[in-house]
Write a protein that binds this ligand. Structure first.
Ligand SMILES: [Zn+2]
Ligand SMILES: [Zn+2]
Length: 179
């Protein structure tokens, strides 16, 4: 549950564009879920069950808060609650599950949670060392301190293109790459 606290804290610092970004993550997460194996589906349900204390199939603010006493949790809850009915159903929790599973990077400079497009240092990626990422504002403002220059950075789409090229050459199957 440490990851949940981390995500909650970072979401709090992020402000209002977060709702839209979480909706987008929710779309991806639900699409993944639809296509996932029964094992993966079970693990998503177990995750939901851990949050659903009284087992009524819905997550209340109280249940969500019991994961962490942090005051930031209310904002995250509100932003995950897409239809605004005051509870989180399984579909709404999937966005959160997906973030937990894949890990949400933070900007190396301002520490903002990177839910939308962002830039990564390709040199660090290529070396297999820990990734260094920047939000669009810090990238364009050049506000960062990192050993590699901004020329080394690629945005999310460029990374995807690179991955496509690599996979084509190395004949990697998607299952080897994703999560
Ligand atoms: Zn930043
Ligand atoms: Zn680097």
């Amino acid at each position: 549950m440490e990851e949940i606290r981390k995500v909650a804290r970072a979401c709090f610092q992020r402000g209002s564009s977060e709702k839209k970004e979480l909706e987008d993550i929710g779309k991806v997460a639900r699409a993944y879920f639809e296509r996932s194996s029964s094992e993966e589906k079970t693990s998503a349900r177990v995750f939901f069950g851990e949050l659903d204390d009284n087992g009524d199939g819905k997550i209340s603010v109280q249940e969500f808060e019991s994961v962490t006493s942090s005051s930031h949790v209310k904002d995250l809850f509100k932003n995950l609650d897409e239809n605004g009915d005051g509870i989180l159903d399984f579909n709404e929790v999937l966005a959160f599950y997906y973030m937990e599973k894949t890990g949400v990077p933070g900007c190396g400079s301002c520490k903002e949670l990177l839910l939308g497009p962002y830039f990564s240092c390709a040199t660090c990626l290529g070396k297999g060392s820990e990734s260094y990422d920047l939000c669009c504002d810090c990238y364009s403002g050049g506000e960062y301190s990192h050993e590699h220059s901004l020329d080394n950075f690629m945005d999310t789409r460029a990374q995807l293109k690179l991955l496509r090229d690599l996979m084509k050459n190395a004949e990697i199957t998607p299952g080897q790459v994703i999560i």
